[in-house]
Write a protein that binds this ligand. Sequence first.
Ligand code: 2NL
Length: 357
Amino acid sequence: MDALRGKFLDQISSAADPDALEAVRLAALGKKGEISLKMRDLGQMSPEERQSAGPVLNGLKSEIDAALKARRASLEDAALDARLKAEWLDVTLPGRPRPMGTIHPISQVMDELTAIFSDMGFAVAEGPQIESDWYNFDALNIAPEHPSRQEMDTFYMHRAPGDNRPPHVLRTHTSPVQIRAMQDQGAPIRVIAPGRVYRMDMDQTHTPMFHQVEGLAIDRDISMAQLKWTLEEFCRAFFEVDEVELRFRASHFPFTEPSAEVDIRCSWEGGQLKIGEGKDWLEILGSGMVHPHVLRAGGIDPDQWQGFAFGVGIDRIAMLKYGIPDLRAFFESDLRWLRHYGFAALDQPALAAGLSR
Ligand code: 2NL
């Protein structure tokens, strides 16, 4: 009995893992375990023999039971220790950097324009980028034979052979949005229409898709004086200078009469553009008094109402304001170009932190 006791206690204390320990338990206390078989033998014994052997066997069983339990607990402790060591996590490590995006300069400039003009009472109007040729051309007093209508300049949408409905085009300016606004809201009206426009043009300074904001103000007695003030106020706010000087040069657009191209006083010193002072002029937009034909197309009576309109290329003024000399910065939509060409907004510490990775 002592030999049995010694054997099992040895096996228990040397069991290296829970499986080995279970094997020992089965060998001792399982259905066919040595101790279980001995317990079964008690039934064949005489009462006297049983009286002396029973308590000894029972004591041995409880002792082995207790040893198994203790060994199991210590194996589990060891396993937990090992896991804790293996799965150790350094919560003081710095976090993984999260690359941060930025607002694209075009979107940023559109937001700025919208804010400046909304302070002056202009609402934002939006409309389709695929337009009927009526909204894109006829309503704007652009004659059927006008060169801008030629397939060379305008993207015409495909029509199935035999479909003779008038053509649709990718809008070549955001003016159609303003025609729709006039039709929907009537006069008086003050709106700007920022958005994408399309022309078949592709070289160092032109891309087939670009951005424009047009503005329209119609009331009983709107004049060019108000156009001039509005544009000056806009330039002061947009270029963040106290004084600007604008020069109105007589020009021609089919949709305005009279028409003027507008230049802003500036200087180029050491390749650095400075807006507001200097000996040079920079063309920044086109403008004029809305042509009576265009008012009529918008459902507005030109004998009762008049107004001004203007159009600005967003890509160009974004490049001027943020010192981006190369269209590729926008065209490739690539932060590397913007950084390479020194998009000033990237110097903001909060943005730089996000981009430096
Ligand atoms: C330019 C010229 C211009 C307009 C756009 C306009 C719109 C309506 C009626 C009359 Cl609904 N005019 N827009 C007027 C003058 C010039 O843009 O060179 N833009 C970059």
